[in-house]
Design a protein around this ligand. Sequence first.
Ligand SMILES: [Zn+2]
Length: 258
Amino acid sequence: MAIIPVPQLSDNYAYLIVDDASRECGVVDCSEAGKVLDEVRRRELNLIAVLPTHWHFDHVGGNEELARAVPGIRVYGARNENGRIPAQTNEVDDGATVRVGALSGRVIGIPAHTNGHIAYYFPQLEAVFTGDTMFIAGCGRVFEGKAETMVASLAKLAALPDATRVYCGHEYTIKNLEFALTLEPDNQPLRAKYAWAKKVRAEGKFTIPSTIADEKQINPFLRTASPELRASLKKLDGAISDDPIAIFAKTRALKDKF
Ligand SMILES: [Zn+2]
């Protein structure tokens, strides 16, 4: 069993999910089919499924080409994306099961970035693929929902076991950490993660995955209860209430302009 990141475009990640016994694999979020197919061939795998997290072009742009290259390939898509997933063959809802060889993944509905945004959680791999909903130390923009929609979606992900590894859709980690530090400059795990991420990126390596346990310590969008974060926000906006949704919304608005 393995998870292989395949960089796409300027800062996107596709991921191959491999079942070693059968050599079958699935791909999460493919925008450039050629790079994914090259990796599949190089590793002598059999690509059987496409697992898109949401309809945005940088997550599904390669679907049609994959469908042409691999006859019979399964292309999952959330019902709530209303047919916007190219080449979709299998419609799924929250709670559905997807299969890659002997691996099974659970679909978790996490709307807000898009109405039909989903995550794929593979207990056997202790891994979750979060697309543009949860990034390392960040979250996606709220395009098709409200602040409370995103708060509820992030809470579903945060409720997964602490050891779950988080594989997100973009390499936004450094910028996210720099923003998080403006609100929690004294958060020691956050400072340590920033130092680590700078070193890793300087070496040309990826910062994915993190873990759910990590995210609870460093991700400002999961930390609406943090006294330091709240105090930082109150300095910027004395009228802000202690309501977690208001704290989230203010944090998201600040990040939109960061
Ligand atoms: Zn997106």
